[in-house]
Design a protein around this ligand. Structure first.
Ligand code: GDP
Ligand code: MG
Length: 178
């Protein structure tokens, strides 16, 4: 029988937001299939994938993942995906200050229109491209702290921190259960 902290059968609706090209789909593909496809296609509208993660205590968490398209012309659809989401993962590319500013736009949007107890993570992806870094860790940490978000840098290419990203939500147990 499920105890109070038992996550068996627990489902987490998660949405990814961020500029087009920051690597949202690659993060999902890495997490769900353990693969990186450098020729992956642009997401049209949004796509859905689910992944059940086994935890150390042999319980599981099922992530229901909505991967949105970052393009302007789909922006009006975004509320369909983030409304009702327990977790929002806002992704930027550490080599692109424009994508970091777009990430801040999404955070504000979520604060205004998302569920009031939504859990947010700020993710700096493409951390393998250190030599092209244009967004400092410090700027991102400061912003995440100010906005009560998790912060992590990932690489979908090398798989660095991808599992850790999803694991950080598991230890956060204030989700509405369903
Ligand atoms: P999305 O529009 O946010 O879904 O971005 P995609 O997942 O389609 O990725 C956009 C481009 O960035 C693709 O060419 C990927 O190969 C590349 N990419 C994604 N993640 C990484 C990463 O961690 N490192 C590097 N070097 N390239 C990445
Ligand atoms: Mg995509």
């Amino acid at each position: 029988n499920a105890g109070p902290n038992d996550l068996r059968g627990f489902r987490v609706k998660l949405v990814l937001l961020g500029d087009s090209g920051v690597g949202k789909s690659c993060i999902v593909l890495r997490f769900v299939r353990g693969q990186f496809d450098p020729t992956s296609k642009v997401t049209v509208g949004a796509s859905f994938l689910s992944q059940t993660m086994a935890l150390e205590d042999s319980t599981t968490v099922k992530f229901e993942i909505w991967d949105t398209a970052g393009q302007e012309r789909y922006a009006a659809l975004a509320p369909l995906y983030y409304r009702g989401a327990a977790v929002a993962v806002v992704v930027y590319d550490i080599t692109s200050p424009e994508s970091f500013s777009k990430a801040r736009y999404w955070v504000k949007e979520l604060q205004k229109h998302g569920s009031p107890n939504i859990v947010m993570a700020l993710v700096g992806n493409k951390a393998d491209l250190q030599e092209n870094r244009e967004v400092s860790v410090q700027d991102a940490v400061d912003y995440a702290e100010k906005n009560g978000m998790f912060f992590i840098e990932t690489s979908a290419k090398t798989a660095d921190n991808i599992n850790k990203l999803f694991e950080c939500f598991v230890s956060h147990r204030d989700f509405p259960l369903d």
